[in-house]
Design a protein around this ligand. Sequence first.
Ligand code: SF4
Length: 370
Amino acid sequence: MKSYQDPEIVKTLGKKISALALELGDKKIKICHVCGTHEYTISHWGIRSLLPANVEVIAGPGCPVCICPNEDIEQAIWLSKNGYTLTTFGDMSRVPSNQGSLLTARAEGASIQVVYSFLDVIRLAKKNPSVKYVFFSIGFETTAPMVAIELLNQQIPSNVSILSSHRLVPPAMKLLVGQPEIGVDGFIAPGHVSAITGFGIYEPLSHEHKIPIVVAGFEPADVMFGILEIMQQLIQNQPKTENLYTRVVTREGNLKALEAIDNAYTTVDSQWRGIGMVENSGLELANQFSEYNIRVKEDIPPSEGRDIPKGCRCADVILGKIYPRDCGLFNNKCTPENPVGPCMVGSEGTCAIHAKYGGYLSFGEEFNLE
Ligand code: SF4
């Protein structure tokens, strides 16, 4: 067993966190992570069961398909019914919109193809030059470079267009800090995103708002070290950005990927599903690549539908205001097989993860580590 999964180390960290929590008396501490993979680690390993009652870890907007707005999905469906073959990732194809999901649109005759990467789309387009393809390009800083590099290398056939729905994580963290009703005391910053952005990107936020931001990896000990570091900073009243994922993340990040993002995209204010407009949080293709921008090439009708389905509380789940079990539809009308809302779709959705792992298992329960 890898040391980052060693139950004794993880339990010892739990005891240290509990000891620090005692020093805070009755004060409740709310730590927010913004990554679906962190929620997986926390739920899968039963991390919450090791935390004292006054320390809570909530899931923020860390699932890219969950926060993709209804409007963008409706645009994708419209394109797939109006002369284009819409290509996207498997999880995205299942996310509900007011007009159903991309998969239900396909069942009704729309032209939709699931792909594993943008390179698949390029291959398809070269093989079928008479077909007009659109790549519904979603995700955070981690997936944005994939299209950017192909644009900059001029490797995209003329029968491929892009529907960009990329979002940037730091602006969403900033928005959460500004919401006192959520009351975030510290962040576990996303490890994968930070590998691209570098941890330096969080320093202005932790400095300005005096909030601990700790970059952590994805093993149970990584997450526990992250929580411990946040607790120590809070007790010492020395909030700052700290990188504990040094085996992957640097201060500067991936300079090649960042340069590609800078050159291929322009930053725009963007809608996040369940949250609304977030300043400077989206990536649209830069003007020099407008020949590939489907929003420039086509007059796509605007969406007027609801952002969140009736009865679904994804907006509160995405903002860490409630746990999935607090939604009346959780695991009855809404299941991973039949998702009502976007948070029940895919491996990074908080509701889907809680449906699978409970979110509150005792530590090691599933693996009989005791
Ligand atoms: S359980 Fe389903 S309906 Fe409820 S918040 Fe989650 S995704 Fe929405």
